[in-house]
Design a protein around this ligand. Structure first.
Ligand code: NAD
Length: 300
C-alpha cells in the first residue's frame, strides 16, 4: 500500500537493501539500527530515524526485523526499550535467521500482549535482497500472513509453511546447511582439480554444465573465490550460527546429521582461523591451506 508507514530495525547487509526496496515500492519507513552508518543511506532517502526499537514500535503498527542472532532478536523485541514497549505495534515480522526455539518463545511472549509474530526468514543473499529475488519463508497466523504478503513480495517469492511459530525457521536452517555444505564440498573438489593441474575456471564451467552444479559453483566461486575477493556478503559467524542452530534442532527432533556435524566443524575452523567477521566463502581458504593450492581464476 503506497504511503503506508512501516518500522524497520536492523538495516545491515540484508536489511539495508530490503528497506531500500520498500522505499522504492512507495512505503514510508521509520528505521533503527545500533550502527548509524547503516541507517544513513535510508535517512538520506527520506526514512525517519528512531533512537530505539521502542520508538519504531510507537511509530508503526508493522515492524520488520533483520538482526544477526537469536539473542539479539530476543532482546530487541522483549528487552528494555524494545519493540514490545511500543504503543503502536500490532505485528512484528522477523526476516532474520533466528531458529525455531527463539521464534517460539518470542511468539508466545508477544501473543500474551496481543502482538502478532510472523517468521519470514529469507534466502538469496545480498544480491537477492537488492534485486527482490529472495525466497521468503513464512510462518504464523494465516490471516496476518495474508495481510502482510504484499510487503513480503517486495523482497521476493513467499512460501507459507504453516501457522506453527518457528516452522519457516526450520526450512531456512535446512536451506542454509545445504548452502554451507555446497561451499565445503565444492572447495574440496576444486582444490583436488587445481592440484592435479586443472584451471579452476574450466572446472567450474564443467560442473555448472554438469550434475555437480550447486549454489557455490554458480554464485560463490565465480563472484568471491575464483576472484580471491572473499566478499560474498555473509559473515562466517552468521553461517556458523545457522548451521549450529540446524544441527541442534535436528538433534532435538531425533534426526541424525552426520554430514551436518562435519559442516558445523568446518565453520568452527573457519571462524577460529579467519574470525567471525570474515566472509563465509573463507571456508575455501581453509581447504586451500590444507591442500597447499589456491583456487583462483587464471584470467584475473
Ligand atoms: P549484518 O550484521 O550485516 O546486519 C545486521 C544489522 O543489525 C547491522 O546493521 C547491525 O548494526 C544491526 N544490529 C545489531 N544489533 C543490533 C541491536 N541490538 N539493535 C539494533 N540494530 C542492531 O547481518 P546480515 O548479513 O544483514 O544478516 C541479518 C540477518 O539475516 C541474520 O539473521 C542473517 O543470518 C540473515 N541472513 C543473512 C544473509 C546474508 O547473505 N547476509 C542471507 C539470508 C539471511
Amino acid at each position: 500500500m503506497t504511503g503506508q508507514l512501516l518500522g524497520f530495525i536492523g538495516v545491515g547487509r540484508m536489511g539495508g537493501p530490503m528497506a531500500g526496496r520498500l522505499l522504492d515500492a512507495g512505503y514510508r519507513l521509520c528505521v533503527y539500527d545500533s550502527n548509524p552508518a547503516s541507517t544513513a543511506p535510508l535517512v538520506a532517502r527520506g526514512a525517519k530515524l528512531a533512537k530505539s526499537a521502542a520508538e519504531v514500535a510507537s511509530a508503526a503498527d508493522i515492524v520488520l526485523l533483520s538482526l544477526p542472532t537469536p539473542p539479539i532478536v530476543t532482546s530487541v523485541v522483549l528487552g528494555p526499550n524494545g519493540v514490545s514497549q511500543g504503543n503502536a505495534v500490532k505485528t512484528v515480522i522477523d526476516l532474520s535467521t533466528s531458529g525455531p526455539s527463539a521464534a517460539t518463545a518470542i511468539a508466545k511472549a508477544l501473543g500474551d500482549r496481543q502482538i502478532n509474530w510472523i517468521d519470514a526468514p529469507v534466502s538469496g543473499g545480498v544480491p537477492g535482497a537488492e534485486k527482490g529475488t529472495l525466497a521468503v519463508m513464512v510462518s504464523g497466523p494465516k490471516a496476518i500472513a495474508d495481510a502482510i504478503d504484499p510487503i513480503l513480495k517486495v523482497f521476493g517469492k513467499t512460501f507459507f509453511t504453516g501457522e506453527k511459530p518457528g516452522l519457516a525457521q526450520v526450512a531456512k536452517l535446512g536451506n542454509n546447511l545445504l548452502a554451507a555444505a555446497a561451499i565445503v564440498l565444492s572447495s574440496e573438489a576444486l582444490a583436488m582439480g587445481v592440484k592435479a593441474g586443472l584451471d579452476p575456471q574450466v572446472m567450474i564451467d564443467i560442473i555448472n554444465a554438469g550434475s555437480g552444479r550447486n549454489s557455490a559453483t554458480q554464485d560463490k566461486f565465480p563472484k568471491s573465490i575464483l576472484t580471491g575477493t572473499f566478499d560474498y556478503g555473509f559473515a562466517t559467524a552468521l553461517s556458523y550460527k545457522d548451521v549450529r542452530l540446524c544441527v541442534d534442532e535436528a538433534e532435538a527432533l531425533g534426526v541424525p546429521m552426520v554430514a551436518g556435524a562435519v559442516i558445523r566443524q568446518m565453520l568452527a575452523v573457519t571462524n577460529a582461523k579467519y574470525g567471525p567477521d570474515s566472509d563465509f566463502t573463507s571456508i575455501a581458504k581453509v581447504i586451500e591451506e590444507w591442500a597447499g593450492v589456491e583456487i583462483r581464476s587464471k584470467k584475473t
